[in-house]
Design a protein around this ligand. Sequence first.
Ligand code: CTP
Length: 237
Amino acid sequence: MTTADTTPRLLITAGPTYEPIDAVRFIGNRSSGRLGSALADHAARAGWQVTLLLGPNAVRPEDKGVEVVRFQSCRDLELLLQDHLPRCDTLVMAAAVADYRPVPEEIDLDGKRKRKPGEMTIRLEGTPDLLAGCSKNAREDQLLVGFALEPRDRLIESAQGKLQRKNIDLIVANPLETMDADSIEAMLIGNPARGLRLTIETPGIITKTDFANWLIEQITPLCQQRRTLCAGNSTHA
Ligand code: CTP
C-alpha cells in the first residue's frame, strides 16, 4: 500500500440529493452524510486513497487527504460517477438518492412558483438507479457496495433482493430506526452470485464512528482479494 499503483482507491458517495423545483425550492431528504464522511476519514487513515462525492447540507470529512467533490441532484451524481468510477477499486454508495424528481417541464430554475389558490400538483418521474448503472459499467476487479435501510422484520430478505437487482457485491443492511441515530447495528451481506458468500454482523449496537471503522476493516481484505484474483486471471488468460 505504499506506491501509487498499489494504494487501493475508494470512491464513496454520501448525503442527500436535492431535486430542484424552481430557483429556491427542491425535493430532498434528511440524510446528513455523517456516516459517509466518517467512512471517508477512516479509510484515509487506513491507507486508502479516498474520493468522497458529497451531497448538499452535509458534513465535511476531517482528514485533509480525502478529496471532496460536491453534488446537488441525482443527475449531478450520475455524471460524477461516470467520471470517477473507472478510477476506483471499491465504490461505497451511501448517498440517499431521491427515487423521484420533478419532470423537466415542471422545473423553473430561473424563477419562483407563485402561490395560487387551491391545490398544486407537481408531476414526478423516477430517477435512474445509479448503483445498478455502475454495476453495468464496472470492471470485474471492482467491488461495489450498497446500503439498504429497511424495516427490521424484513431486513435480510429486502437487502438480498437489492443485492440481486442491482447486481452488486456487498450490501450493508441496517434497520430503519438507525436513520438519523448516533449508533448503528448492521449486517454486511455478500452476493453469492459474485463469489461472496458471507454475512457478517456488527458486534451489537455501535457508534457510527466505530461502524465506519468496522466496515472499512471488512471491506479492505475483500477488495485486496478481488484485485489479486482478477490480476491472477488476467495473467493466466
Ligand atoms: N441508490 C441508487 N440510485 C437510486 C436510489 C438508490 O444508486 N436512484 C442506491 C443507494 O445509494 C443505496 C442503494 O441504492 O446504496 C439502496 O437504496 P434504497 O433507497 O434503499 O433502495 P432503492 O433502490 O431506492 O429501492 P426501494 O425504494 O425499493 O427501497
